[in-house]
Design a protein. Structure first.
Length: 286
């Protein structure tokens, strides 16, 4: 990582991001294979923390600051500041899986400039799969272009939902009931960020969560839209610091999934959705 970087250098940030997420992935995988994942504590109900979460976040924060000291940093474990140019980081997403020895977790890094996500990276070190996107340049897995699924029927669709204590159970159960009633398979694998990468990769047809934090979903939402999928206008209906509803879905299923979840789609991506998508986001509580 001995390149020269400039303050408005998106290419340099993208290259740095790729290096940093891979080195953080090596650290996280060492902890998974060794003793790091066993040091589990609880941040709240169903909210797990290992010592590796903090170590991964510190590693990423230091590496980014060494090259772009004026960028701000906003991470799941240590919080931070949000400025015009900010790195939004989840050092381990799927910590509950990680702590129980299930190799379905990832690191997620997004770079946001003037309210727009420009760089997205999600890395699953257990499978050595690096998802990467830059706005307007498509999405890749390990350097190979990826595309969302072309699934057009709900009775052949497999969607994923995530949930947390931040939203009442009744709200999730209502959405689940609607999706099951439409004939969809609904699953949950425990990493919202990786679930979004799987939508981008065509492994899943959509992801819905009624409240997600920005570190969980900003990278994944850019990956899905760069892979040809449809997403909600996350930073308009929620915010970078408080989060909001998240929806990412294959195009042919978009309008009906939006209606079933009451999460609007980005009208700029599908102008027809202006008529059919709900106007208001799903409500949630802190
Ligand atoms: C959680 C996971 C989960 C999602 C939650 C997140 P964590 O993040 O992504 O799938 O449903 O909203 O908080 O705790 O594993 O980093
Ligand atoms: Ca997370």
């Amino acid at each position: 990582m001995d390149r020269q970087f400039f303050s408005d250098d998106l290419h340099g940030r993208a290259e740095l991001c790729r290096d940093v997420i891979r080195s953080a992935g090596a650290l996280v995988l060492r902890g998974f294979l060794g003793n790091g994942r066993r040091s589990v504590s609880m941040k709240g109900p169903q909210d797990f923390l290992t010592e590796v979460d903090a170590a991964s976040e510190a590693h990423i924060r230091c590496a980014l600051a060494a090259h772009f000291p004026e960028d701000s940093f906003f991470g799941e474990e240590g919080g931070g500041a949000i400025s015009e140019r900010v790195w939004v980081v989840d050092p381990i997403d799927g910590t509950a899986n990680y702590a129980r020895g299930i190799p379905h977790f990832c690191i997620s890094i997004a770079f946001v400039q003037s309210g727009s996500t420009e760089i997205a990276a999600i890395y699953n070190p257990a499978q050595d799969e690096l998802y990467f996107a830059r706005r307007g340049q498509g999405a890749t897995r390990n350097g190979v272009p990826i595309h969302v699924a072309q699934t057009a029927r709900f009775d052949a669709a497999s969607l994923e939902m995530g949930w947390s204590m931040r939203v009442p159970n009744t709200a999730y159960l209502g959405v689940m009931e609607a999706l099951l009633g439409m004939g969809a398979n609904v699953r949950r694998a425990g990493s919202g960020a990786l679930a979004l990468a799987y939508v981008a990769d065509g492994r899943s047809d959509g992801y819905i969560e009624l409240h997600m934090n920005s570190w969980d979903c900003l990278a994944g939402l850019l990956l899905v839209s760069e892979a040809g999928g449809v997403v909600c206008p996350y930073l308009e209906i929620g915010s970078l610091d408080a989060g909001g509803p998240a929806l990412a879905v294959a195009p042919a299923l978009a309008s009906e999934t939006s209606r079933a979840s009451n999460i609007p789609l980005d009208a700029a991506v599908i102008p027809a959705c202006r008529q059919t998508a709900p106007a208001c986001p799903a409500t949630f509580v802190d």
